[in-house]
Design a protein around this ligand. Structure first.
Ligand code: N01
Length: 508
């Protein structure tokens, strides 16, 4: 056992990896415990995904009021501009957070962690980095993000393309002039639709390679009025909002309907859906009837509503079946819908073509384009791979480490609070090591699988929730990795383990 005093020395600072939303909050909370914490960040600035993703139109799908730290010293003087802030606005937010909390002094930028080995005799992590820095740390906290490692598709001869080719998350940081260019985008997930709807009017020609139509919802963007924010703060609504979020299933300000679709009248169903459509954002998804996720017939009704709304916006009838087909490509809502502003209208433009890669699969990349089955070659100057991410475990496995905790849900501040309390407990009780027990890990995994089995998640060919989007790479089994039982249950389970003296963990 290491003497308690060493917990406080600079020699073995707890290390947090990555300076995104989670890592920065973790730094702030652990500092308050009196610990000397360091963050290692591979990128050159703070913000995690918001520092890296610079593609045109990058924007959050969460309303600003819930997409911020619940720390009064931060929110009280910060004013948002957009209801759904752009990447640029979120970067400004992070600069402001750094200014308020003085975070950068404990962050090593351009420092990619490549290995972390647990040394049993000393109860310390030996952490190595690509830049040659080597440190020993008492605790290692991975804040590497669920969607940070790009998934590069396995397309024949990809490296032979002679124009510019990059993943959506690696859009050139200095920007890119697309005027007069022929551009191709592979992928129509949340990233793809934002890129597509934002560049269509700039480029000479845009070719979109779609494998699965995105069952996207209108974002209904608006300005977030400054006076309204002042008023909300005066009325103490921010605190109410922050306390309310973990009480809801998905951590949004709205909740699933209290009754199933099948118990509502036809009129109530229709009126609810119309009002949710008008409200925009995820209302029609995370505020819908709960049985859309478990009852395929109900799900079909929701899909039919979505389809009729979308088809009404597309002038060219030949595109209806491509973008909003009669038979749903998968149940509505079991893949995260993108949030769009004018996405569907883009395909009516004369300078935009849509290639359905299920009909004509991509066969190989050529020096100036893509060849699809049947011999057609689509040519372009720039190829954007909006092909998604090696979700949850990708960034962790890259570190050459066996510790990984993908089976959770996204509730950054509350997870960091749990970790902070846990470290305090270890500190107070002279423990220097905590590890999950094998049987507890398995029980947790089965709980996740059991919850998932009651919903329609398995009815989706390709999704980052389960890793089925990686199926062609054969890198991991397809299995639900996200906790889909809702935040209240997740937080209850976390609290229960802590309250029972960190039940399910081995402490020494
Ligand atoms: O990634 P995705 P993403 N050939 O995996 C296609 C968050 N996010 O970066 O659906 C052809 O969703 C793939 O096709 P298919 C948000 O949580 C948020 O867009 O697998 N196509 C799919 O269309 C989101 O859910 C925001 O059949 C190929 C696309 O590429 C998550 O990140 C913005 C292919 C990948 O979509 C992931 O979104 C951006 C191939 N070989 C991201 N391989 C906002 O806040 C893949 N595809 C708004």
């Amino acid at each position: 056992r290491i003497p308690k005093s060493t917990l406080h020395t600079h020699k073995f600072p707890p290390i947090s990896i990555s300076a995104g939303f989670a890592g920065l909050y973790q730094l702030y909370r652990l500092r308050a415990l009196g610990l000397s914490v360091k963050i290692f960040e591979a990128a050159s600035g703070i913000g995690g995904t918001w520092h890296i993703n610079r593609y045109p139109g990058v924007r959050t799908d969460c309303e600003a009021v819930i997409y911020q730290y619940d720390l009064e010293e931060v929110w009280k003087d910060w004013t948002w501009k957009d209801k759904y802030p752009s990447g640029e606005e979120i970067q400004a937010y992070f600069r402001y957070v750094d200014h308020k909390l003085d975070l950068k002094r404990d962050i090593y930028f351009n420092t990619r962690v490549t290995g972390a080995k647990w040394d049993e005799p000393s109860h310390l992590w030996n952490v190595s980095t690509a830049s040659g820095l080597f440190v020993r740390a008492r605790f290692l906290i991975l804040c590497t993000g669920s969607l940070s490692k790009p998934l590069i598709p396995n397309i024949k001869d990809l490296s032979t393309f002679e124009g510019r080719c990059f993943h959506s998350s690696h859009w050139p940081q200095e920007g890119l002039d697309l005027t007069g260019k022929h551009v191709a985008v592979i992928g129509t997930g949340s990233s793809g639709i934002q890129v597509i709807e934002n560049i269509a009017s700039q480029v000479r020609h845009l070719t979109v390679f779609q494998r699965t139509p995105n069952l996207a919802l209108p974002i209904n963007q608006s300005r977030f009025d400054e006076k309204e924010q002042v008023k909300m703060k005066e009325m103490d609504l921010y605190n109410h909002i922050f306390r309310r979020l973990p009480q809801t299933f998905a951590g949004f300000l709205y909740e699933f309907q209290p009754i199933p679709f099948t118990s509502a009248t036809t009129e109530a169903q229709r009126l609810l859906w119309e009002s949710q459509w008008k409200a925009g954002g995820f209302h029609f998804w995370l505020g819908n009837y709960p049985d859309i996720f478990s009852d395929e017939t109900v799900n079909r009704e929701a899909y039919a509503f979505w389809r009729s709304k979308v088809r009404a916006r597309i002038r060219n009838p030949a595109l209806h079946e491509k973008l909003a087909p009669i038979i749903p490509p998968h149940p509505f809502g079991i893949k995260q819908p993108g949030l769009e502003q004018g996405y569907f209208e883009v395909f009516d433009r004369e300078n935009v073509s849509l290639v359905d890669v299920k009909e004509t699969p991509i066969e190989q990349v050529t020096p100036n384009g893509l060849a699809v089955r049947g011999g057609t070659i689509h040519t372009f100057d720039i190829l954007v791979l909006a092909t998604g991410f090696d979700s949850f475990t990708g960034a962790i496995i890259d570190i050459d480490i066996r510790l990984q905790r993908p089976n959770s849900t996204s509730v950054i501040p509350r997870q960091s609070d749990w970790i902070t309390d846990c470290l305090k407990f270890l500190q107070d009780n002279d423990y220097t090591r905590i590890e999950t027990k094998r049987d507890a890990e398995e029980a947790w995994r089965y709980l996740i699988l059991e919850i998932a089995s009651k919903r329609l998640w398995h009815k989706c060919e390709s999704s980052w929730y389960t890793g089925s989007n990686l199926a062609s790479t054969n890198t991991r089994p397809v299995e639900m990795l996200a906790f889909s039982g809702g935040l209240p249950l997740y937080l209850e389970k976390c609290a229960e383990a802590a309250d029972n003296g960190y039940q399910g963990f081995e402490l020494s």
